[in-house]
Design a protein around this ligand. Structure first.
Ligand code: ATP
Length: 220
């Protein structure tokens, strides 16, 4: 915000992902987003991957541990393990429904995604209901289109889009904010591939996560 006034500490912000592994492409854009929007806390939500989808290479415990290591000294972040503890996979919308019940109807809630996820959001279970529970905060991602697939999706985006960060705490859900966060060309797929090929990943993820990957023999 131009006047430096940050008023959005009241927003309950969540960032879901597979985090196989967590990397700077996750951490740095969302930290910049917190600055831009004035978020005081971001809750990371590692997801349970359904058995019929391609499985992460690291198991749930290992993905959780990497998220904990990456965020352990940063008060901006906390971790919510609920999706990993479920015996059945759940959709994001189910978790948002549960969190909305816990937080009450007035708390502004926001779900953070990257541009690649925005582009495929219309394949998510009950995607049109997501905004009934939360705002969407979108971090840009290099190599992905700016525009959505169809005019109908663009219309949906325009109908919900705001450029005013203050609006995000003035209503509990329903808005989409496209952030001006740094573009980092980093993906977990690339990191796993680099590990397979024994290439250096020092600039791509925190050192303690790297050490854990080595220690556990992951991504070989
Ligand atoms: P993979 O390469 O295995 O598909 P990923 O690097 O995309 O993984 P995920 O855990 O699937 O990581 O992503 C979680 C969320 O983080 C998604 O909303 C995704 O869009 C976002 N994200 C991941 N990497 C970046 C990045 N470099 N910049 C911005 N957003 C990102």
């Amino acid at each position: 915000m131009s006047d430096g006034f940050k008023s959005n500490g009241a927003i309950y912000a969540l960032f879901g992902g597979t985090f196989d592994p967590i990397h700077y492409g996750h951490l740095l854009p969302v930290a910049a987003l917190a600055e831009e929007v004035g978020l005081q806390r971001i809750t990371l939500l590692p997801n349970h991957v359904p058995p019929h989808r391609p499985q992460p290479e690291a198991n749930a415990q290992q993905r959780l541990r990497m998220v904990e290591l990456a965020t352990e000294n940063d008060p901006l972040f906390s971790v919510d393990e609920r999706e990993l503890h479920r015996t059945t996979p759940s959709y994001t919308i189910d978790t948002l429904e549960e969190l909305r019940r816990e937080q009450g109807s007035d708390t502004p809630m926001a779900f953070i995604i990257g541009q690649d996820s925005l582009l495929t959001l219309h394949y998510w279970h009950r995607w049109q209901s997501l905004l009934d529970y939360c705002h969407l905060l979108v971090c840009g991602r290099s190599g992905y289109a700016d525009r959505l697939d169809t005019p109908e999706l663009e219309c949906w985006l325009d109908a919900h889009r705001t450029t005013d960060v203050n609006a995000l705490e003035q209503q509990p859900n329903g808005l989409i904010y496209l952030a001006h966060t740094p573009l980092l060309d980093i993906s977990a797929t690339d990191i796993r591939q680099r590990h397979h090929n024994q290439m250096n990943c020092d600039d791509l993820l925190p050192k303690n996560v790297q050490q854990y990957i080595q220690q556990q023999g992951l991504y070989r």
